[in-house]
Design a protein around this ligand. Structure first.
Ligand code: PLP
Length: 372
């Protein structure tokens, strides 16, 4: 399809592979790596990222939904795919049909998979999720032993893994500390072992744990954000990954406005002086965050051009009065990435919009083509 609008997300698969290699080198050599590619690979395009990461040596992929796993299977991914959010009340049969591994948080989920597996003459491969302090999914610790005893009666599920998820791995200080979550996890593993569940793949470490808790690797680690080039705490990451995505467009229109003119809806910005305003062809329907503060800018000719007025659905305006080069329609604009000596990353956008890079990256809409 011909692309009529210049707004594009460039996904550098070489950088993604290099980031993977850096993570590979940083974790225990015996630990497998599950690459988290839910949310369309954090907005980077799940199919292209999965194939790049498979080539780089990813052992396994993590998705949220059965639908996401199915799409990867249809694209030819043969590695194990773990549905981190379970199969849902409707998903058991489809998960089995596509050989997806399912994270299980309750006996009801395990039973549904067991029944579906029995019907189609298969074994369902599952990972047991224990809640060590996230309060989201997972078997509560006080139910763990009882859960395992009941699970022993289900003959069509095979327990391949035991997993948990950390709530504060980027800083370690929450209601329950990361150390305490790791201790509870080890205890749950011992209890399972004592009941004959010697699952070969135990895993708890996300990006924050890989960076800050090197002892948390167990048999597998589950990086997401780190692979796409960011530290979840917004620091310069200890592992020197680089952002994988750049977001670019071109100037649509340039106008010279006198002082005292309102720019965009609501009159939130009025030109304080004669101003050269460039209109850009992207807006909040593209997932460009609407609620950014007065610090936000884009790059044009290697200079910062501040956003002015409210971001519209399909357009936004920037002030190019101080750009020392004459700005013309068609000039390149960088919204995420480097230009000259300046750069903008997803943490900058996240801070301007009072959100997190996860939300910025996954929020970029399907309307923006992902080019690799
Ligand atoms: C998304 C997710 C991850 C990856 O998290 P990052 O912070 O991006 O590394 C790991 N484990 C589970 C269960 C997840 O849902």
């Amino acid at each position: 399809m011909i692309q009529l609008r210049p707004t594009t997300a460039h996904v550098n698969l070489e950088t993604l592979r290099a980031n993977f290699a850096l993570v590979r080198a940083a974790v225990h050599p015996d630990a497998k790596i599950l690459a988290a590619i839910k949310g369309d690979a954090y907005g980077h395009g799940a199919v292209q990222c999965a194939h790049a990461l498979a080539g780089a040596g990813a052992d396994c992929f993590g998705v949220a939904l059965v639908e996401e796993g199915r799409a990867l299977r249809r694209s030819g991914i043969t590695q194990p795919i773990l549905c981190l959010g379970g199969a849902g009340p409707q998903g058991a049969q489809e998960a089995l049909a596509h050989s997806l591994t399912i994270m299980v948080s309750s006996l009801a989920e395990a039973s549904a998979l067991n029944d579906a597996a029995q019907r189609c003459g298969k074994q369902a491969t599952i990972h047991l999720n224990i809640d060590t302090g996230m309060g989201r999914l997972g078997v509560p610790p006080h139910h763990w032993a009882h859960f395992l005893d009941r699970l022993a009666d289900l003959h069509h599920v095979e327990v391949e893994g035991i997993a948990s998820h950390l709530a504060h791995s980027e800083d370690g200080h929450g209601v329950v500390s990361t150390d305490e979550q790791l201790r509870r996890f080890s205890e749950a593993i011992s209890i399972a072992k004592g009941r004959g569940f010697d699952a070969p793949i135990k895993h708890i470490a996300n990006s924050g744990a890989i960076l800050n808790h090197p002892g948390s690797s167990f048999d597998m680690v589950r990086p997401g954000l780190l692979l796409y080039g960011y530290d979840p705490a917004g620091q310069q990451p200890r592992i020197p990954v680089k952002p994988v995505m750049e977001l670019c467009t071109k100037v649509l229109l340039v106008r010279d406005l006198p002082a005292g003119v309102g720019v965009s809806y609501g009159g939130a910005f009025v030109t304080p002086r004669p101003s050269r305003i460039a209109t850009l062809p992207l807006g909040y329907a593209d997932g460009y965050p609407r609620g950014m503060d007065g610090e936000a800018y884009v790059l044009i000719h290697g200079h910062k051009a501040p956003l002015r007025g409210r971001i519209c659905m399909d357009l936004c305006m920037v002030d190019v009065t101080n750009v020392p080069v004459v700005v013309r329609p068609g000039d390149d604009v960088v919204l995420l990435g480097c230009q000259g000596t300046e750069s903008i990353d997803a943490w900058d956008l996240a801070r301007w919009a009072d959100t997190i890079p996860y939300a910025v990256l996954t929020g970029l809409s399907e309307r923006i083509p992902r080019r690799s």
